[in-house]
Design a protein around this ligand. Sequence first.
Ligand SMILES: Cc1cc2nc3c(=O)[nH]c(=O)nc-3n(C[C@H](O)[C@H](O)[C@H](O)COP(=O)(O)OP(=O)(O)OC[C@H]3O[C@@H](n4cnc5c(N)ncnc54)[C@H](O)[C@@H]3O)c2cc1C
Length: 301
Amino acid sequence: MNVFDCVVVGGGPAGLSASLTLGRARRKIALFDDGTNRNRVTHAAHGFITRDNIKPQEFRELGLKELENYPSITYFHATITAITKAIGNEGFIIKTTDGQEFISEKIILATGIQEIFPFEEVRNFYGKSLFSCPYCDGWEMRDKPLLVLAEKEDHALHMAKLVYNWSKDLVVLTNGGPLSEEGVTALEKRDIKIVVDPIKKLIGDDGYLQAVEFVSGETIKRAGGFVVPSFYRPNHFVEKLGCEVQEDGTAITDGAGRTTEKNIYIAGEMEKSAPSSLINSAASGQNAAASVNMDLTIDRF
Ligand SMILES: Cc1cc2nc3c(=O)[nH]c(=O)nc-3n(C[C@H](O)[C@H](O)[C@H](O)COP(=O)(O)OP(=O)(O)OC[C@H]3O[C@@H](n4cnc5c(N)ncnc54)[C@H](O)[C@@H]3O)c2cc1C
């Protein structure tokens, strides 16, 4: 019978770290992951001390290898399609795409987030020469001719100020979005060029940007840059399970991963529906797992 103390949905840094903590606490857990982590497109991840410059795939393999040391952890490469409360509210029934069913007393949701870009073509360059996090990839892009692509003024100004720290050769593109006079003045004061014309196409090879062509016919050369996407949760588990969220999509928690629904915990980028980092997501996974373990301990002691 597939019955677990806790099912962890999502095997990014949050879910891997949660699983490690629970395995070490001798809890019987199942970890599910389907390999749709948003950083899978990038050549290397940076800024996680001891793991700087690691390939996302290698990070995952190292994590899964470490989990093998703990016999109470079972890993499934599978997509979870449904999570429902079991009759009598005694835990949850978890279903996979291939029709398997699992029962668990507690759930940690750690399925991350995904991006919506100003236009889809950005995806062809994302993770190789276009990025969304300067802390992750600013160093590799330092001193290059860069763009900042953001359609909203506050996003454009925020990202331009940040990226200016890594490269002073900057062009801000708003793809048709308006910029106020104050915004223009703030950027021009730093010799940052602004193009508000809508973009016709991105030009480059194998994910490496070379130029941007505008509807106006103008073309500018750029080696890469930073975009401001919007982000969303890739599923509705949070809402369907009745967990309360704030207006901005942030799940309401006690600060240690417990949602407003008993036995449902949340970790990683999914919690705030906002981008974070490997190390912060891993930390959040450990916090949620410690809450699960504490609650199991209190319930059963
Ligand atoms: C291009 C790019 C570059 C980045 N570079 C860096 C960097 O250099 N340094 C850094 O610190 N951060 C970087 N990040 C951010 C980092 O990847 C995230 O902060 C981190 O991975 C979030 O961890 P998470 O566990 O919350 O989510 P994720 O890592 O996204 O993991 C969520 C997991 O849930 C799984 N999943 C989703 N739905 C289901 C389902 N229904 N059933 C089963 N499994 C499911 C997915 O397969 C996925 O593996 C980068 C992100 C991107 C996009």
